[in-house]
Design a protein around this ligand. Structure first.
Ligand SMILES: Cc1cc2nc3c(=O)[nH]c(=O)nc-3n(C[C@H](O)[C@H](O)[C@H](O)COP(=O)(O)O)c2cc1C
Ligand code: SF4
Ligand code: SF4
Length: 270
């Protein structure tokens, strides 16, 4: 069975889980192709799905949903009635509607979504030296990724005929929430400091062509605040404003408090 794993990973966490899933499919007899769609250029290429039996989509969660750049890209695909599955990595805030809203989006593009999963990892906004949520990516999450891959493989082969259920959130509700969170709780990077070597890594690693290395600034309309540029800058001169004041508010809004963070686990949705 030929399987395609397409993943977006601005700071590398989703890519690590994608590899575990790919390796598990291979061990089960799958013929697996991995494709990183993080860069803008990779998302412009036309992907021919014909040779594949089924497709897996992996992405980080951005404001309870797949990143904007991924949602826009999904709208360009033709699923040809093929089975697919989704998985997401997240930092410890809200997740739940992501599975079903991305599922709806894929359904509109003629995919049949059979399963989904979420993996608790490393919160992107910890990267500039802060600690909004505890870093939780460890070997035990890889075990959930293996279990997810095994169950999904059975749904792809038809041994298990079930598919994913639907969400009660509308796209309009999620659009409102996403734009509120982006405007109030998210900050886009700018250069702060004299030590830029003009290596252009920030510009080249930006998935949405938002970063301008010369000015050390991101285009506000294009930036999705994924932090790939901050993560990749070798001189560590790209900064985001400290938004940690908003984290307790965010935690309250999403009904998450420090003490029950420990209870959060990676999960499979079937
Ligand atoms: C703009 C943005 C929004 C985010 N929103 C959420 C969120 O709503 N809930 C959450 O738990 N984590 C959120 N995160 C954290 C990421 O989902 C998490 O760190 C993810 O594992 C990063 O994956 P990557 O390294 O593959 O890019 C957000 C990260 C960014 C950059
Ligand atoms: S990645 Fe960092 S050092 Fe390189 S051009 Fe961008 S800001 Fe300058
Ligand atoms: S400029 Fe914005 S979209 Fe581009 S890499 Fe940086 S944070 Fe991500």
């Amino acid at each position: 069975m030929k399987l395609l794993i397409l993943y977006f990973s601005a700071t590398g966490i989703t890519g690590r889980i994608a590899k575990v899933i790919g390796d598990t499919f291979t061990q089960m007899g799958g013929d697996v192709t991995m494709a990183d769609i993080t860069s803008y250029a990779d998302r412009q290429r036309i992907i021919d799905l014909k040779p594949y039996h089924a497709v897996v989509f992996g992405a980080p969660i951005h404001s309870w949903r797949a990143p904007k750049a991924v949602k826009e890209w999904i709208r360009t695909l033709n699923g040809q009635g093929k089975k697919c599955s989704t998985f997401f990595t997240y930092g410890g805030f809200g997740v739940h509607p992501t599975h079903y809203s991305t599922g709806q989006l894929l359904g509109n593009q003629n995919f049949i979504v059979v399963s989904s999963a979420e993996f608790l990892g490393f919160y992107s906004f910890n990267r500039p030296g802060r600690q909004a949520r505890e870093d939780r990516l460890d070997e035990s999450y890889f075990e959930v990724a293996i279990e997810y891959a095994r169950k999904t493989f059975k749904r792809f082969t038809g041994e298990d005929k079930s598919i994913l259920e639907k969400t009660h959130y509308t796209e309009e509700q999620l659009d409102t929430l996403e734009s509120f969170k982006f405007n109030v709780l998210t900050q886009i990077p700018t250069r702060d400091g004299e030590d830029c070597s003009m290596c252009l890594v920030c510009e080249e690693s930006c998935p949405t062509e938002a970063m301008n290395a010369q000015y050390g600034e991101a285009d506000k309309e294009k930036c999705i605040a994924c932090l790939a540029c901050v993560n990749n800058c070798p001189e560590n001169v790209l900064k985001i404003k400290d938004v940690s004041d908003g984290w307790s508010f965010k935690g309250e809004m999403e009904k998450i408090i420090g003490k029950n963070m420990k209870g959060q686990k990676s999960k499979i949705y079937l």
